[in-house]
Design a protein around this ligand. Structure first.
Ligand code: SP5
Ligand code: ZN
Length: 342
């Protein structure tokens, strides 16, 4: 299968991530991509193609206009206010505070549009996020045009971004926009299958009231893992969206046996529901040595995971999400893709 990838991801490289009370080099860093490119080439998975320009139309249909404008302007406003560092949210609205007032002050705006302050915005973040979306869109067009599968090597990732908040290293929800594009192209039902270690709270939120897009996820129990406040079994959507959401939280130390069993359960549900296209939020942070995760998948398990996804026989776009055991990220990612093609 072909890979879509933009060098512009490099424009997003914050110096700092707030982790354990210290500023550390972000786990989500540009070099992750080098390991994936290396494996794609070594194993000749297929051509690596630069995407065309981003099409903000589908993103604007799905996401909040004020939020997109904020992402575009936040860094300049931050600098204009005389602030020296990267854009980092110092707080967030609390339980009973106003969620319907958008502050005029830039610090306030950042707190309004951010849901996790580990994630910094820099001068290049917006363009990098757009280039990431452009790769996802090019992969979608490839599959809509008849390819069985395509890989969007997205960076920064997307699945924690909601329609109006960024965080969890994510700014624009690439997988959600791809699902929306499949709908626009005529697919009646589309599933986003999220195999990243973390629950894809952004994707789930975006389709919460939608009966035409199903969100399915296997993730670390939110009692123990980020994003903490989403990913419980009773989150099934609302209104027309009530039903298709289907997620599975698993405890620390979970190995491939129970993980694959959960995957098979989701696959059966996706089939019964009648998805016509599949978007995979492909994080490989379920890997045993991932520094911020607690599942115990080994590299060959990712091959098997890809095979199971491939046997569904659906047109499939893979969007890169997380994976922070940097030197294994390439092997694990390409294992899923190769398994899919078996
Ligand atoms: C796309 C994706 O995988 N995003 C993950 C975001 C995780 N954010 C929380 C990271 C916490 C890392 N700090 C660990 C502190 C050690 N106690
Ligand atoms: Zn993750």
């Amino acid at each position: 299968m072909r890979t879509f990838f933009s060098e512009d991801h490099r424009l997003h490289f914050p110096q700092a991530e707030l982790s354990g009370g210290e500023f550390v080099t972000p786990y989500e860093r540009p070099s992750r991509v080098e390991y994936i490119l290396g494996q794609l080439k070594e194993r000749r998975l297929g051509e690596i193609v630069a995407p065309g320009p981003v099409d903000m139309g589908p993103a604007e249909r799905l996401l909040d206009a004020g939020f997109l404008r904020f992402l575009e302007t936040a860094y300049d406003e931050w600098k204009a206010a005389g602030q020296g560092g990267e854009v980092i949210a110092a707080g967030m609205p609390t339980r009973r505070q106003r969620h319907d007032r958008i502050p005029r002050n830039i610090d306030g705006k950042v707190e309004y549009y951010c849901h996790a302050s580990e994630t910094a915005i820099t001068g290049g973040t917006w363009r990098a996020a757009q280039s990431s979306l452009a790769s996802a869109q090019a992969a979608q067009r490839e599959v809509a045009g008849g390819a069985r599968g395509a890989f969007a090597l997205c960076r920064p990732p997307g699945h924690h971004a909601t329609s109006d908040q960024y965080g969890g290293y994510c700014f624009i929800n690439n997988a959600a926009v791809v699902a929306e594009m499949f709908r626009m192209g005529g697919a009646r039902r589309v599933t986003v299958l999220d195999v990243d270690f973390h629950h894809g709270n952004g994707t789930q939120d975006i389709f919460w009231r939608r009966g035409d897009v199903m969100f399915a996820s296997i993730h670390g129990d939110p009692l123990d893992a980020y994003p903490y406040f989403a990913g419980y079994a009773d989150e099934i959507g609302e209104g027309e969206g009530k039903g298709p959401t289907s997620t599975c939280r698993l405890p620390p130390g979970t190995g491939y046996g129970p993980w694959a069993e959960a995957l098979d359960g989701l696959i059966a549900r996706i089939r019964d529901w009648g998805a016509e296209a599949l978007v995979v939020s492909l994080g490989v942070d379920a890997y045993k040595d991932d520094p911020i995760s607690f599942f115990k998948l080994d590299s060959p398990d990712f091959l098997d995971c890809g095979r199971r996804i491939g046997r569904m026989g659906l047109p499939t776009v893979f969007c890169m999400e997380g994976g922070y055991a940097i030197e294994q990220v390439g092997v694990n990612t390409v294992n899923v893709l190769e398994g899919f093609e078996d």
